[in-house]
Ligand binder design. Structure first.
Ligand code: 6PG
Length: 246
């Protein structure tokens, strides 16, 4: 596990954009295509804008790049809460990414149907091989959730399914989400964590010894890399020996 600390969100975003370019190039060189699952929430906005910036975008073979999502709210694609909408506005539309390269979770459908359809989409994309993403972006919620794997929810116990509809009582909502086994199969997982409000939960997730069920602790890629990209304010409670300053 690699923990990289950046002075500010803009520095983190630049590193994440450069990392996206690197992962895309190595995946396309090795396998002819790049599969990436994007996160939702607010933190990725800056990262997406930078990836769409000419400095980085011109270095990506977008026709061989396939965009997925690690989770989605159960809302239509044009809804303000839609993770897809966030990516479309900041990355997909500015770059004119082909629809055939965009694999949207259909939040407008009944949740169980949306999850089943996305599972089928993964099987169609990855074929008989177990789905293994080249890169998965994740965020960290203040309760320790990631994707839409929230504390105390049924999806945490899922060991077989790759994508599920997960009822989240705290939100009084259902979300579509990757399960931990699918995330842990990835070649590379990157968490983006910014803001002092995340300092406590980040410490608990990374070095805490209490038994609180932080779902982000479940993310341990079995044959892939795990990198935490963290701003200094979010890293304020981490032991200094744990971190590498960028
Ligand atoms: C979502 C995300 C979620 C997010 C965290 C952190 O759909 O909301 O997938 O897991 O990454 O809640 O969100 P911020 O980055 O906005 O703090």
């Amino acid at each position: 596990m690699d923990i990289r600390v950046f002075p500010a969100a803009a520095d983190l975003a630049r590193h994440a954009a450069a990392s996206f370019v690197t992962h895309a190039a190595s995946a396309i060189d090795a396998r002819g295509r790049f599969s990436v699952a994007l996160s939702g929430g607010s933190t990725p906005r800056l990262v997406f804008r930078l990836i769409a910036n000419e400095e980085f975008a011109r270095r990506v073979n977008w026709s061989a790049t396939h965009i997925f999502w690690g989770d989605e709210r159960c809302v239509p694609p044009d809804h303000a809460d839609s993770n897809y909408r966030l990516a479309r506005e900041t990355l997909l539309a500015p770059l004119g990414i082909a629809e055939s390269n965009i694999h949207r979770m259909e939040g407008e459908l009944p949740p169980a149907e949306a999850a089943a359809r996305y599972d089928a989409r993964l099987r169609a994309f990855f074929g008989n091989a177990p789905p293994r993403f080249d890169l998965i972006h994740l965020g960290l919620g203040e309760d320790g959730h990631t994707a839409s794997l929230f504390p105390g929810t049924a999806a945490l116990a899922e060991t077989e399914a790759k994508v599920v509809a997960n009822e989240v009582p705290r939100l009084q909502a259902t979300r579509i989400t990757f399960t931990a086994p699918l995330i842990n199969a990835a070649r590379a997982v990157e968490f983006f964590v910014t803001g002092s409000a995340k300092a406590g939960v980040l410490r608990e997730v990374l070095v805490g010894n209490n038994q609180a069920p932080y779902p982000s602790r479940m993310i341990r890629p079995t044959q892939g890399t795990l990198t935490w990209l963290v701003t200094a304010d979010a890293a304020a409670q981490l032991p200094t020996e744990l971190i590498r300053h960028a």
